[in-house]
Design a protein around this ligand. Structure first.
Ligand SMILES: [Fe+2]
Length: 268
């Protein structure tokens, strides 16, 4: 078992769920009402006192709706969500399992804080950790907000935010372009390796998986394009950097100022 593994505990008690979410970086809250309202109620139950903003829920389905979608038959490596919001990435995510796949589609979560700590303590990797903390890279989701910032940032209150997603790239007109590209290649390789090693768990219908999107990376195994259905909500707690202006979505297609109520384009 990789020591980067986080296998979330399951509870029907919202207060315990919140405690476990802060402690472990993820938790499964039992939420048997399988509607968008049920999904929002679960968020309110667990984070209600702590939550200035949440996006409208979106439905995540195998067929997706645009060319940014990953094929379900590919693994979704460890990543953080919400890159279309750029700097204001949501600090919490909830994935509510409605229908599970008939084969495959197991979830995994890896501890980004621990991964960073391991890099710091490894003479061969410490330079990468330093790069992630200090060098501004291009993290813009094409067609969405521009985002030139560090992969690892810290809030005023000292909360560390780690990001890893497929749009992270070297700044094109930078004199350090090749260096940045090489460092980001190592970053991706580290996350892929960790994604292959961490433990898996299966979400069951009614499982509401809450994730600390600043601390951990999440992913899922391949699955056939079947009836698998999840609801997703992106959230901004009082401990996030800031809450974006405008109507909030839970998908890159809806994370513009106006919420379009579309089906999710980024498959979990
Ligand atoms: Fe995701």
């Amino acid at each position: 078992m990789s020591n980067l593994s986080i296998v979330p505990k399951r509870t029907a008690d919202p207060a315990i769920a919140l405690e476990l979410l802060h402690q472990d970086g993820a938790v499964i809250f039992v939420a048997p009402e399988l509607t968008f309202e049920g999904t929002k109620d679960a968020v309110r139950a667990v984070l209600g006192h702590d939550l200035p903003a949440m996006g409208e829920p979106v439905l995540i389905v195998a067929e997706g709706n645009n060319d940014k979608s990953l094929p379900t038959t590919d693994i979704s490596y460890g990543h953080t969500d919400g890159f279309s919001y750029g700097y204001d990435t949501p600090d919490m995510i909830m994935l509510h399992c409605i229908i599970q796949s008939t084969g495959g589609g197991a979830s995994f979560i890896l501890d980004g804080y621990r991964l960073l700590e391991q890099m710091d303590n490894d003479p061969k990797m410490a330079d990468l950790s330093n790069f992630l903390r200090t060098v501004e890279i291009d993290q813009s989701d094409p067609g969405m907000r521009s985002d030139f910032s560090r992969a690892v940032r810290m809030t005023d209150k000292g909360r560390v935010c780690i990001r890893h997603h497929r749009y992270q790239r070297a700044v094109e007109d930078s004199p350090d372009y090749e260096y940045q590209k090489a460092m980001l290649g190592r970053w991706r390789k580290s996350v892929i390796k960790a994604s292959q090693e961490v433990d898996r768990f299966m979400l069951q219908p009614g499982d509401a998986l809450f994730i600390d999107n600043y601390r951990v990376m999440h992913g899922r195994d391949p699955y056939p394009g079947d009836a698998r259905r999840l609801h997703r909500i992106w959230m901004w707690s009082k401990d996030s950097f800031s809450v974006p202006e405008g109507m909030l979505g839970s998908d890159s297609g809806t994370s513009t100022v106006k919420y379009a109520g579309a089906i999710a384009s980024e498959k979990y």
